[in-house]
Design a protein around this ligand. Structure first.
Ligand SMILES: *Cc1c(COP(=O)(O)O)cnc(C)c1O
Length: 401
C-alpha cells in the first residue's frame, strides 16, 4: 500500500472499512451488544486498557460498527476522535455540557439553529450558564464580548435560515487568546466542504442526520475534537449516557460512501435553481453562500471547497397568503424541516425577527428556504415557476381588494 495521502473522494469510500472493522465484507456489519464477555482476567484488563483504541469493552462504548464510522468521520473532519450521539441536537448539548459549568459564560452566534438557541435559553440558563448572542459578522469585534468567565465560543457557519458565513479563523484566534473552547456546528459543510480544525476550531459537530445519512431516515449526531479536547469530550459524552444504535450507525456509514457524489450533484442542481431565481422579478436577493450578495460570501470563498443543496431567498414583498399559495401547491418540493436527503424541500419561514437578538431581521420581506434534491433541476425550476404564478395571483387580488 502506498503512503500517499488519499484524496477526499477516496477517503469517503475507504475510511473505516479496514478489515479490523469489516472482518472482510465490504460494509462493517451490525454488531449488537450490551455485554462483552471475557475468558480471562487478563483479557478483561487488556480490553479495559484499550477501550478507546478499538477493543470492545462495554456496549455503550461501542462496537466495530461504531469504531469504523467514528474513525472515518474523525479523519474526514480532521480531528483526534469522534463521539456519536442519537441526534445532532444531542451532539450539540453534550459538547456544550462537556466544556461549561455553573457560573460560566457562553458566546453564541445569533443565527444559530433555533433548537440550539432554545437549549441556551431554556436549559443552560437553569444550570447557571449565561449566554450572550453575537452578530455572525462581528469578526474581531468578538473580543469586546469576552468576559473573565467566558469559556466557550460557539459558531455555526453559514447560519441557519439566514445563511451568514462567519470569519471562523479570526473568531477562533481571538477566542484562543482568551483560553476559550471553539465549538462549530459544521453541518452545512458536511465533513467534506470545509477543514474545521485548520480554521482553528476545537470541536466540530455534524447533524449526521442531514448529508451523511443522506436518505432522511436516521437521526444521528457526531462531535469531533482536537487532541487537546478529545478525552474530555468523549468521557463527558459517555457519562451523559450518549450512545447510538448499531443499525443506525450502519445506515449512516452506508450513506457516507456516496456523500461525495451526492454533494456534487446537490451543489450543481442548487446553483442551477439559484441562478434561475436570480432572474425572477419577485426575488430581492439570494441567501446562498456561493453568491456575492450573501453576507460573508468572502469567507465562503476562502474557507469552503463547495456548497450544497440548502439555501434561502428573500422576496421583495409578499403576504403570508401569497407565500402559502406558492409553497402549498408544489409538485416536487415537499414542506419539511430536516434537509440533506435526496429529495427537495421548501419552507416559507416566518417570525425570524423573534429568533434574533444581536441583529435585526426585517420580516416584512418573506424568506423562503429550499433544499434542492437530486431531481432534475429543470423539473424543480418548473415547479417553482408555477409557484410564482400562484404567488402573483394572490398578490394581484390583494392589491385590487
Ligand atoms: C438539523 C440540524 C441540527 C440538529 O440535528 P438533528 O439530528 O435533527 O437533531 C443541528 N444543527 C444544524 C445546523 C442542523 O441543520
Amino acid at each position: 500500500m502506498s503512503d500517499k495521502p488519499m484524496k477526499t473522494a477516496t477517503k469517503i469510500v475507504s475510511l473505516g472499512r479496514e478489515k479490523k472493522y469489516s472482518k472482510g465484507v465490504i460494509n462493517p456489519p451490525v454488531f449488537r451488544a450490551s455485554t462483552i464477555v471475557f475468558d480471562t482476567m487478563e483479557e478483561m484488563r487488556h480490553a479495559a486498557k484499550n477501550k478507546h483504541n478499538g477493543e470492545m469493552f462495554y456496549g455503550r462504548r461501542g462496537t466495530p460498527t461504531h469504531f469504523g464510522f467514528q474513525a472515518a468521520i474523525a479523519e474526514l473532519e480532521g480531528g483526534a476522535g469522534t463521539a456519536l450521539y442519537p441526534s445532532g441536537a444531542a451532539a450539540i448539548s453534550a459538547s456544550l455540557l462537556a466544556f461549561l459549568q455553573a457560573g460560566d459564560h457562553l458566546l453564541m452566534v445569533d443565527s444559530v439553529y433555533e433548537p440550539t438557541r432554545d437549549l441556551c435559553d431554556k436549559v443552560l440558563k437553569g444550570y447557571g450558564i449565561e449566554t450572550t448572542y453575537y452578530d455572525p459578522l462581528i469578526g474581531a469585534g468578538i473580543e469586546a464580548l469576552i468576559r473573565p468567565n467566558t469559556r466557550v465560543l460557539f459558531v455555526e457557519s453559514p447560519g441557519s435560515i439566514t445563511m451568514e458565513v462567519q470569519d471562523v479563523p479570526t473568531l477562533a484566534r481571538i477566542a484562543h487568546e482568551h483560553g476559550l473552547v471553539v465549538i462549530l456546528d459544521n453541518t452545512w459543510a458536511s465533513p467534506i466542504n470545509s477543514r474545521p480544525f485548520e480554521l482553528g476550531v476545537d470541536v466540530s459537530i455534524q447533524a449526521a442526520t442531514k448529508y451523511i445519512v443522506g436518505h432522511s431516515d436516521v437521526m444521528m449526531g457526531t462531535a469531533t475534537a482536537s487532541p487537546q479536547y478529545w478525552d474530555k469530550l468523549r468521557e463527558h459524552s459517555y457519562l451523559l449516557g450518549q450512545t447510538t444504535s448499531p443499525d443506525d450507525v450502519y445506515l449512516a456509514a452506508r450513506g457516507l460512501r456516496t456523500l461525495g457524489v451526492r454533494m456534487a450533484q446537490h451543489e450543481k442542481n442548487a446553483l442551477a435553481v439559484a441562478n434561475w431565481l436570480k432572474t425572477r422579478p419577485e426575488v430581492d436577493h439570494l441567501r446562498h453562500p456561493a453568491f456575492e450578495e450573501c453576507p460573508g460570501h468572502e469567507f465562503f470563498k476562502r474557507d469552503f471547497s463547495g456548497s450544497n443543496g440548502l439555501f434561502s431567498f428573500v422576496l421583495k414583498r409578499g403576504t403570508v397568503d401569497a407565500v402559502t399559495a406558492m409553497v402549498e401547491g408544489m409538485s416536487h418540493f415537499k414542506m419539511g424541516f430536516s434537509w440533506g436527503g435526496f429529495e427537495s424541500l421548501i419552507l416559507g419561514v416566518t417570525g425570524i425577527h423573534n429568533i434574533r437578538s444581536a441583529t435585526r431581521w426585517d420580516s416584512s420581506k418573506p424568506l423562503i428556504r429550499v433544499h434542492i434534491g437530486l431531481e432534475d433541476p429543470e423539473d424543480l425550476i418548473e415547479d417553482l415557476s408555477a409557484g410564482f404564478v400562484r404567488f402573483n395571483e394572490v398578490m394581484a387580488k390583494e392589491t385590487q381588494g
